[in-house]
Design a protein around this ligand. Structure first.
Ligand code: IDP
Ligand code: MG
Length: 156
């Protein structure tokens, strides 16, 4: 286990990814996880859970005054999600680039959202937008003993 609950060990960062309800409904979980693994990101925590409204509100607290907040809370807590912590060099930025823009209509082809997203709400995946939000988000979903520190031959 890492000695400290830090999301930034030198250049190596941690980021929270959620495979959102629409992706689980459509059988896209494996495809999305695979795309992120192929970027060299290291899986260090993974669980399926049904987010309750309280967790949804905490996770999306930054958007609490937005018009879409209630709909977003309904959607993310509608059916289970898969929560993942990925570790890697510049993991936050790498994951955001691999996901593509929030609105799938604007996301480039070849990005996860560009290829699979249905609309600005049902955009299949969440990824932390900064090292700081990654730290807060990971704390919401995982305890320390659910995050694994292990050796990989190819440690990128
Ligand atoms: P991000 O997921 O790319 O970081 P944010 O702006 O943080 O995008 O928004 C969080 C989530 O809220 C989005 O992924 C999407 O599911 C939803 N969302 C964002 N903007 C809208 C909107 O205008 N209408 C409905 N849902 C939205
Ligand atoms: Mg965001």
């Amino acid at each position: 286990m890492p000695s400290s609950f830090s999301t930034n060990k030198g250049k190596v960062e941690w980021s929270l990814v959620l495979i959102k309800p629409d992706a689980i409904q459509r059988g896209l979980a494996g495809t999305i996880i695979s795309r992120l693994e192929r970027q060299g990101l290291k899986l260090i925590a993974l669980k399926m859970l049904h987010m309750d409204r309280a967790l949804a509100k905490r996770h999306y607290a930054i958007h609490k005054d937005k018009s879409f907040f209630n709909g977003l809370v309904d959607y993310i807590s509608s059916t289970p999600v898969i929560a993942i912590v990925f570790e890697g060099e510049k993991a936050v930025e790498v994951i955001r680039k691999t996901m593509g823009a929030t609105d799938p209509a604007k996301a480039k082809a070849g990005t996860i959202r560009g290829d699979f997203g249905l609309d600005i709400e049902r955009n299949v995946v969440h990824g932390s937008d900064s090292i700081e939000s990654a730290r807060e988000e990971i704390r919401l979903f995982f305890s320390k003993d659910e995050i694994f520190d292990y050796y990989r031959e190819i440690n990128s």
